[in-house]
Design a binder for this molecule. Structure first.
Ligand code: DC
Length: 213
């Protein structure tokens, strides 16, 4: 398999290790890293800044339509402003599930994600919730990363035990992301499931590269 058109789709819930693992895997293969969550986060920031209710489908779609986002790795630009750290704020995290649940928003952003990869030559390591099931259904390799709820909460908070707030926020986001009608977080039929609870990042990356043969 040549790496010139290789697509690896890595999906999973928050704290599963997706971001670090997919970034490193892309680096090891020398291909771009596509962070699809950054698209939904940037759209959510635009919606909040416009003062629009994240539940109001019509108004949300109108904002997302008129938004100019440039998703780099790591720099993210929204209408000429650097929003790299703002899109990771709690306010955005708390509202991103509502914005990303609107089917029309997903159509717009999935399209933008496919263009993103095409403009960079086609090959990429994509991470998200639906990259193997919807964005790149013909991906060469599909991975679903998971980990225990405790470890996921600890990873997200950057510390161990005493993480109930982060745990509750993650649980809420997982519940919303998994129960929405449009492209819920699912394990693609042909995905390899890797439980990262007791694995180091390097072990996970090695396992993924090993699956490429
Ligand atoms: O990966 P992340 O935590 O940055 O993603 C933020 C949110 O964006 C996540 O809660 C759900 C949404 N998302 C999505 O619906 N589909 C994707 N492919 C990626 C993210």
């Amino acid at each position: 398999m040549s790496s010139s058109d290789l697509i690896i789709a890595i999906d999973g819930p928050a704290g599963s290790g997706k971001s670090t693992v997919s970034r490193l895997t892309a680096e090891r293969l020398g291909v771009p890293h596509l962070d699809t969550g950054a698209f939904y986060r940037t759209a959510t920031l635009a919606v909040l800044e416009a003062g629009v209710d994240p539940e109001d489908a019509e108004a949300v779609v109108e904002v997302v339509h008129g938004t100019d986002m440039e998703i780099g790795d790591p720099t993210v630009i929204l209408d000429d402003r650097d929003v790299t750290s703002t899109i990771r704020s709690d306010t955005v995290s708390d509202n991103v599930s509502a914005v990303s649940a609107h089917p029309e928003v997903r159509v717009l952003l999935v399209d933008a994600q496919r263009r993103w990869a095409g403009e960079r030559g086609g090959a990429c390591v994509a991470e998200g919730r639906d990259t193997g099931s919807v964005v790149f259904p013909d991906a060469d390799l599909k991975i679903y990363l998971d980990a225990s709820p405790e470890v996921r909460a600890a990873r997200r908070s950057g510390e161990l035990p005493g993480v109930t707030d982060v745990g509750a926020a993650i649980e809420r986001r997982d519940r919303l992301d998994s129960s929405r009608t449009a492209s819920p977080l699912v394990i693609a039929d042909d995905a390899e499931v890797i439980d990262t609870t007791d694995l180091t990042i390097d072990e996970v990356v090695d396992r993924i590269l090993g699956l490429l043969g």
